[in-house]
Design a protein around this ligand. Structure first.
Ligand SMILES: [Zn+2]
Length: 203
């Protein structure tokens, strides 16, 4: 088998996990040995599986670091799947290339942009998802549906951005990327309806 990196990206609610689950199940059905992982912090739905917003699921091992992936990866594994790949640290870039050059397939699903509309940085790093995307042999950029409502009419256009709301208001540019405990919500927006107060002052 020829190794390669496949990236599934796009905003929240664009079906990235659904697509990842579909590919994992397809490779399993074809008889490949597959191992799936997700970052430990992502416990939205279930601990030992990747679950899509539509409630499809596949087994995945929650890990807190790239080292834990390396420590648990079986030699004969042919396909490695990573969900929410943007939450790992930048060593995931090295891992991705190691897997591809050892004739394994890496399927990585994750956000391309943060809530500000900027390239998503890996944990404690300035290196971004676009570096992983640039090394991929197959990239699928999915879109969601803009849920902005104006005069009782939903926009409905292709959403390429993730809108972050904190206490009902668009989150400002300088708010923390990960905020635990606040009343926050995310939705999908087209570029016209993606609001980041304070962004243009810095651009
Ligand atoms: Zn819109």
């Amino acid at each position: 088998m020829q190794g390669r990196i496949e990236v599934i990206t796009g905003p929240m609610f664009s079906g990235k996990s659904t697509e990842l689950i579909k590919r994992v199940e397809k490779y399993k059905a074809e008889g490949y040995k597959v191992q799936a992982y997700k970052p430990l912090m992502d416990n939205r739905y279930a601990v030992n599986s990747i679950v899509s917003h539509n409630n499809e699921k596949t087994r995945a091992l929650p890990v807190s670091s790239v080292d834990e992936i390396l420590a648990t990866l079986a030699l004969d594994t042919e396909v490695v799947a990573l969900d929410e790949v943007q939450f790992f640290d930048e060593r995931v870039l090295v891992l991705a290339n190691q897997l591809a050059s050892s004739n394994k397939i890496l399927i990585a699903a994750g956000l391309n942009l943060d809530f500000k509309g900027d390239p998503f940085c890996f944990l404690n790093s300035k290196r971004t998802m676009y570096e992983l995307i640039s090394q991929a042999g197959k990239v699928d950029v999915l879109s969601a549906v803009c849920d902005y409502v104006e005069n009782d009419v939903k926009c409905g256009k292709h959403a390429t951005k993730t809108q972050r709301m904190v206490n009902g208001e668009p989150a400002p540019y300088d708010s923390q990327l990960v905020l635990v405990g606040a009343s926050e919500a995310y939705c999908a927006r087209c570029s016209k309806h993606h609001f980041v107060p304070g962004k243009h002052e810095k651009a």
